[in-house]
Design a protein. Structure first.
Lengths: 320, 491
C-alpha cells in the first residue's frame, strides 16, 4: 500500500481520504464475512443444482406434459387444460389397475414380513451351516425380477412345469392346471413368485435388526419370568421397529411399482385382471403412446406415493 | 460439277449411315439399361453412393432375421460394398421401437420391417418415407406390379402413396393329416354318424364335427382331432378371419359403432371356446411353437397356421442347423393343404419393407429394400430354408425350383396362391393396436371362462371409446377406405 501510494504520488494520496480507505476496508471485511457465512451454501450449491436438475425438472416437465395433448399421432404441445386429469378420473381400467396393485401389496407385504421375521428369528441362533443357509436364502434377491418371473412362468407351465407334475403325483393323473389363465389361481401364482423373491430381503434386514437387540434386556425379561410372546412384543419388536418400518416402506414402494414378475407371468391378464398401475402406465405410455395421459397417470401416482411415504416417515419418526 | 455433287451425295449418305449407327448404338444402350432388372439397378446405384456405409434395418427377431444376417446382408455387401446392420426386435415390440426411435429422431434406423396393419399409424405419424419418388427414379414400378394382387393392392399404400413393399405372403393355411382322413374305418364311421364324407372341412360347423369325431376316435392313440395356437395375439387373427367368414362386420359403416358384439361375434366366441374340449389339454396356452410341436409329433389331425408349418412338416429342412429347435417331423408326406373353413384365410400380419423418415441415408436404405424385394432376390429369399418369408410374388408360386423342394410342394404353393387370392386383411385403422389390444384382452377373458356376450360387449365399448378418442369422422373415413379394399370382407 505504501509502495503503491508512493508510486501514485502525493497529489493522488491527498484525493483518497482516510474515510475512503476505512470504507474500502470495511467493504472487504463485510465481503469476507458474507463469503464466510455463505461458504457452506457454495459447497452444497452444485449438488443441490444437480438434484434439482434430475429431480425437480423432470417432475415439472411431467406436470407440463400432463396438461398437453401429445399422443402417437399428435405432437402438438398446445395446452389442453385438465382434460387428461378428467379422463383419468373416469378411466375404470386405471382405477382397477390401482386396486390390483393395492391387493398385491396388501397380501404380499404382510406375508413377506411375517415369513422374513420368522426366518430371521430362526437363523438368529447359531445353527450349524448357518452362513451357507443364509447365503442360499438370499439368492432370490440377486436374481433380476424379470428373470424370476420367466422362471416362475416355466415352473407353472401347464405341460412341462414341475409344479403341475408334482400335483399330478398326488392326484395320480396328468394335471394341466393353467396357472396364468385360471382367474382363481392367477393371483396366488403371482403372489407366490413375489414372496419367493422378496422374503429374503425382509429376512436379511430383520436378521440384522434382531442381532442388535440388547441382550441384557432379554436376560432381564427372562429373569423376571416374561414369556416368549411378551418378550417379543414388549422388548424385541420395539427394538427392531425402526428397521422394520424402513423395510416395510421399501418393500411397500417396490410392490407399488410391481411390473416384471406380473409381466412375465400374465402380462396383466387374463383381460386386465392382474394389471398393475406400472403395467397400465407402460402400456399407455410406451405401447399406445398416449404420452400426455400417461404423464397425468404418473403424476397421480407420484402424489399418492408421496403422501404414503410422508405418512410412513412420520410414523417412523414417532416410533423413535 | 457432277463429280462434286456425286461426292457431296456420298458424303451425305455416309453421314446418314454414321448417324444411324450412333442412333442404333444409343438405342441399344437404352435397351440394355431398361432390360436391367430392378435388383441390378439397385446394385449399380448403390455402388455409387454406398462407399462402405452401413445401413441399419429393423427385422423381426429369431428365424426371420437369419435372412439378412446370413444371406441377403452379406450378399448386398459383396455386390455393393454397403454393409448391413440388423437390429433384431421381437414382433410385439417392433411398433414401439420404431415409434420411439422416430420420436427421438436419432436416425438410428434406416430401413424397417413394418406389419402392414400398422402402416396407416406409422404413415400418419410421419415415421415412414414416401417411396414413390424412389420407385420412379430407380424404375421399380414394373416389378411392383408383379407382386400378388392381394398384397400389392392392400398392403403397399396409404392414401395412394407407397410407404412399403409387401415382402411376406403371410396367410393362414389349413393343414390336415391325409393318412388319417384316408382311413377307411374312420371314413365309414364318420359317414354313418354325420351323413357326409370325411374330408377337409368347408365350414366351421363341419370342422367342429370332424374335430370332435377324430378326438373321440383317436384319443387312445394320443391324437386329438385338432389343435390351434390359442394365445391371444394369434387367436386375435383367427377370430378376425372367422368372424368375417361367418358374416360379421366390425363396425356399422354409418355410425362407426362397433358391432363385434353382435350374434355372429358371440357365436364365434362360444364355438371357439367349445372347440378347446376336443383339443389337447392346456391348448389355451399354445403359441406358435407349442402348436407346431403338437402337429409335427403327429398329435393333432388338423391345424391352422402360417405357411412355414407346411415346410417344417414336409421335413425337407430337417438337416438345417438353424432349425434344430424345430421338432423332427413325424408326418412328412402325410400332410394335406387346404384353405381354412369358409375359404377366406386371414392374411395375418405379414411384413412390408419401408424406409424410416428419420434415416440419414434414405437413398441407400431404399436401394437395399428395392433389391431385397425385387423379383430376382425375393425369389431366392422365399426359398431360404431357415427364413420365414413366404411367397408373395406371382412368380414365386410357379417357381420350378420351389416346386422341386418336396413331393407335395406343388399342392402347397397352389394352396398359398389360392389363399393370396381370397385372403382377408387384418383390421387396419388409426391406432390399430388399441383395437387389437381390446380384442386380445377379450380372448384372454374367454379362456378364463367369462361369458362371451359380456366379453364382447366390453370389447365393443372399448372400441367405441377408442373411436371417439381418435375422432369418429376421422376414423370412419379410414375404416371406409379399409373396408373398400378387396380383402376387407368376403365378397
Amino acid at each position: 500500500m505504501e509502495r503503491g501510494s508512493a508510486g501514485l504520488g502525493a497529489p493522488f494520496l491527498s484525493v483518497l481520504s482516510l474515510r475512503d480507505i476505512s470504507g474500502a476496508t470495511h467493504l472487504m471485511q463485510s465481503r469476507g464475512a458474507f463469503a464466510e457465512r455463505n461458504f457452506k451454501y457454495l459447497l452444497v450449491g452444485p449438488a443441490i443444482f444437480v438434484l434439482l436438475l434430475i429431480g425437480i425438472f423432470p417432475l415439472v416437465y411431467l406436470l407440463m406434459v400432463s396438461f398437453q395433448g401429445i399422443t402417437m399421432t399428435e405432437t402438438s404441445t398446445d395446452f389442453v387444460g385438465a382434460r387428461n386429469y378428467a379422463q383419468l378420473f373416469h378411466d375404470a381400467r386405471m382405477w382397477e389397475a390401482l386396486l390390483h396393485t393395492v391387493i398385491f401389496t396388501a397380501i404380499a407385504l404382510p406375508v413377506e414380513l411375517v415369513l422374513g421375521l420368522a426366518m430371521a428369528q430362526l437363523f438368529l441362533e447359531r445353527l450349524p451351516g448357518r452362513q451357507i443357509f443364509v447365503a442360499l436364502l438370499v439368492l432370490p434377491v440377486v436374481v433380476s425380477p424379470i428373470v424370476s418371473g420367466a422362471t416362475w412362468a416355466l415352473l407353472f407351465d401347464h405341460r412341462f412345469g414341475p409344479i403341475n407334475q408334482i400335483i399330478g403325483w398326488f392326484t395320480g393323473d396328468t394335471t394341466a392346471i393353467l396357472w396364468s389363465i385360471n382367474p382363481k389361481l392367477v393371483y396366488p401364482a403371482i403372489i407366490a413368485a413375489e414372496i419367493w423373491q422378496w422374503t429374503p430381503f425382509m429376512f436379511l434386514l430383520l436378521l440384522a435388526a434382531l442381532a442388535n437387540v440388547d441382550k441384557s434386556q432379554l436376560e432381564a425379561a427372562a429373569i423376571d419370568g416374561a414369556g416368549w410372546w411378551r418378550t417379543f412384543f414388549r422388548i424385541v419388536l420395539p427394538a427392531i421397529w425402526p428397521v422394520m418400518a424402513i423395510a416395510i416402506l421399501i418393500r411397500g414402494l417396490d410392490l407399488f411399482r410391481l411390473f416384471d414378475i406380473v409381466w412375465a407371468l400374465t402380462k396383466g391378464g387374463p383381460g386386465t385382471m392382474t394389471e398393475t398401475i406400472s403395467i397400465f402406465t407402460y402400456v399407455k405410455g410406451f405401447q399406445q403412446f398416449e404420452t400426455s395421459y400417461t404423464a397425468a397417470v404418473a403424476f397421480l401416482v407420484i402424489i399418492l406415493l408421496s403422501v404414503v411415504v410422508m405418512l410412513a416417515l412420520k410414523r417412523v419418526e414417532l416410533a423413535r | 460439277m457432277k463429280d462434286q455433287s456425286h461426292g457431296l451425295r456420298r458424303l451425305t449418305v455416309l453421314r446418314g449411315l454414321l448417324l444411324s449407327l450412333v442412333a442404333a448404338s444409343a438405342l441399344a444402350w437404352a435397351g440394355v439399361a431398361s432390360a436391367q432388372s430392378a435388383a441390378q439397378k439397385a446394385v449399380e446405384a448403390a455402388k455409387k453412393i454406398c462407399n462402405g456405409k452401413t445401413i441399419t434395418i429393423v427385422w423381426e427377431a429369431g428365424l426371420q432375421s437369419l435372412d439378412p444376417t446370413q444371406f441377403s446382408g452379406p450378399l448386398w455387401e459383396k455386390e455393393t460394398g454397403c454393409k448391413v446392420k440388423v437390429v433384431e426386435v421381437p414382433t410385439a415390440e417392433m411398433f414401439t421401437k420404431i415409434m420411439q426411435e422416430f420420436r427421438a429422431g436419432t436416425g438410428a434406423y434406416d430401413a424397417l420391417n413394418v406389419i402392414p396393419a400398422w402402416m396407416p399409424d406409422l404413415a400418419q405419424a410421419g415415421a415412414l418415407e414416401v417411396l414413390d419418388p424412389y420407385v420412379d427414379k430407380y424404375g421399380f414400378r414394373d416389378e411392383l406390379k408383379k407382386i400378388a394382387p392381394t398384397y400389392r393392392d392392400n398392403q403397399m399404400t396409404v392414401n395412394g402413396k407407397i410407404y412399403g413393399f409387401p415382402d411376406d405372403g403371410d396367410v393362414f393355411l389349413f393343414y390336415y393329416r391325409k393318412d388319417i382322413f384316408a382311413r377307411a374305418d374312420l371314413k365309414k364311421a364318420f359317414k354313418d354318424k354325420h351323413k357326409y364324407d370325411l374330408a377337409p372341412p368347408k365350414t366351421w360347423k363341419q370342422f367342429d364335427e370332424i374335430g370332435s369325431f377324430l378326438t373321440d376316435a383317436l384319443k387312445k392313440d394320443h391324437i386329438y382331432g385338432a389343435a390351434f395356437f390359442r394365445e391371444p395375439p394369434y387367436t386375435m387373427f383367427m377370430f378376425q378371419e372367422r368372424f368375417r367368414v361367418e358374416g360379421g362386420k366390425f363396425f356399422d359403416a354409418n355410425t362407426m359403432n362397433a358391432t363385434v358384439n353382435g350374434p355372429v361375434g358371440v357365436k364365434v366366441f362360444t364355438e371357439m371356446r367349445n372347440e378347446n374340449r376336443f383339443m389337447p389339454p392346456g391348448v389355451e396356452k399354445f403359441g406358435f411353437v407349442e402348436n407346431l410341436a403338437t402337429f409335427l409329433k403327429g398329435e393333432s389331425a388338423m391345424t391352422i397356421s402360417w405357411p412355414p408349418y407346411g415346410r417344417f412338416a414336409a421335413g425337407y429342412l430337417a438337416n438345417e442347423k438353424a432349425l434344430s429347435w424345430v421338432p423332427k417331423s413325424t408326418i412328412a408326406g402325410k400332410v394335406g393343404y387346404a384353405l381354412p373353413p369358409g375359404g377366406h384365410p386371414e392374411l395375418a400380419a405379414g411384413f412390408a419393407l419401408s424406409v424410416a423418415s428419420t434415416s440419414k441415408q434414405k437413398e441407400a436404405a431404399y436401394l437395399f429394400i428395392q433389391w431385397l424385394n425385387s423379383e430376382e432376390i425375393s425369389g431366392k429369399r422365399v426359398k431360404l430354408p431357415y427364413a420365414l418369408r413366404d411367397p408373395f410374388r406371382d412368380s414365386h408360386y410357379t417357381d420350378p425350383e420351389y416346386l422341386k423342394l418336396w413331393p407335395d410342394a406343388k399342392e402347397y404353393l397352389s394352396a398359398l396362391h389360392q389363399g393370396a387370392q381370397t385372403g382377408l386383411l387384418d383390421l387396419s385403422l388409426i391406432q390399430t393396436d388399441k383395437y387389437e389390444e381390446a380384442l386380445r384382452q377379450g380372448i384372454s377373458k374367454l379362456w378364463a371362462g367369462e361369458d362371451p356376450k359380456a366379453i364382447l360387449d366390453k370389447v365393443a365399448a372399448d372400441w367405441d371409446g377408442i373411436t371417439k378418442q381418435v375422432g369418429t369422422d376421422k376414423q370412419k373415413a379410414v375404416y371406409s377406405a379399409w373396408a373398400s379394399k378387396s380383402g376387407a370382407y368376403p365378397k
